[in-house]
Write a protein that binds this ligand. Sequence first.
Ligand SMILES: Cc1cc2nc3c(=O)[nH]c(=O)nc-3n(C[C@H](O)[C@H](O)[C@H](O)COP(=O)(O)OP(=O)(O)OC[C@H]3O[C@@H](n4cnc5c(N)ncnc54)[C@H](O)[C@@H]3O)c2cc1C
Length: 296
Amino acid sequence: MHLSDLFSNIKLNEPMKNHTSFKVGGNADIFIEPENVRELTEFIRYAKDNNIPYYIIGNGTNLLVSDYGISGAVIKLGEKISSIQVVEDRIIAQCGAKLPEVAKVAMANSLSGLEFASGIPGSIGGAVAMNAGAYGHEMKDVIETVEVLDGNLEYKVVQNKEMEFGYRKSAVWKNNYIVLGSTFKLKKGSKSEIVSLMDNYTKERQSKQPLDMPSAGSVFKRPEGYYTGKLIEDAGLRGMSIGGAQVSEKHCGFIVNKGGATARDIYNLIKHIQKTIYERFGVELETEVKLIGKFE
Ligand SMILES: Cc1cc2nc3c(=O)[nH]c(=O)nc-3n(C[C@H](O)[C@H](O)[C@H](O)COP(=O)(O)OP(=O)(O)OC[C@H]3O[C@@H](n4cnc5c(N)ncnc54)[C@H](O)[C@@H]3O)c2cc1C
């Protein structure tokens, strides 16, 4: 029996460059976008029974996938599992819903708290896992509970404080959680104020970030006491290229694919930046972007 007889939306040798915002990455042996949580659970059971490693992705906006691809399965939690519900001052969103969409629903219902997230291009699953944030706010400020499947595929509702949110991190990796959705507790506000705050954030992003080029946002975490972009700029690396990968001219914290970049180009540029910043300033830059597959 073929895998495609058992599961819907399954593809073999699927190019990951089609599923990442960097637009790079080799093939995933198996690529599945489950129809619903039942199919997700069944596929993972199948993968475990057959010793197939699997990797969960959302919108692929924080990923660098190797040119050699991914051996095993990639499970994309996207549009199929993406409902958004409003109940009074709460929004209940499934993992595949996109953060800007959820922020828009909040705005349409005069609910304040998610304005900061309107320009973060991830899914709810990815944003909860990463504790995405901007402009002094983070997902953890508005998350009430998170629905997950744990490592034994048991469904759980996890309270905010049990998620161990920190700067771009959460208990997702440690506890092997798959985020199925999240409930956000927001505040009733003035729609015009919400709209105006979102507009300001959008203008700020448009003026400072290279939104017209493929990237994964800020490549590195902010080291305490420094601004990554400034360190990179002060080291004279603005605009530096390796192959098709370039330190953005517009925002030195971003690496952009200026056309034809390989994952190796991006990886080599990351290593070069880390080495230079360490040599010049003694600061270790840690990647915020998640690297998947073989690079060394
Ligand atoms: C132009 C641009 C601007 C950006 N601006 C910001 C910003 O202001 N602030 C910010 O924090 N980030 C920013 N990002 C980065 C990125 O959008 C966020 O990290 C986002 O939260 C990632 O979500 P995703 O769905 O794309 O996750 P992916 O990139 O698909 O995955 C990221 C990680 O989350 C895990 N994951 C994804 N879904 C699930 C799930 N359902 N359950 C368990 N684990 C899961 C993956 O395994 C992976 O480890 C930006 C990116 C771009 C391209």
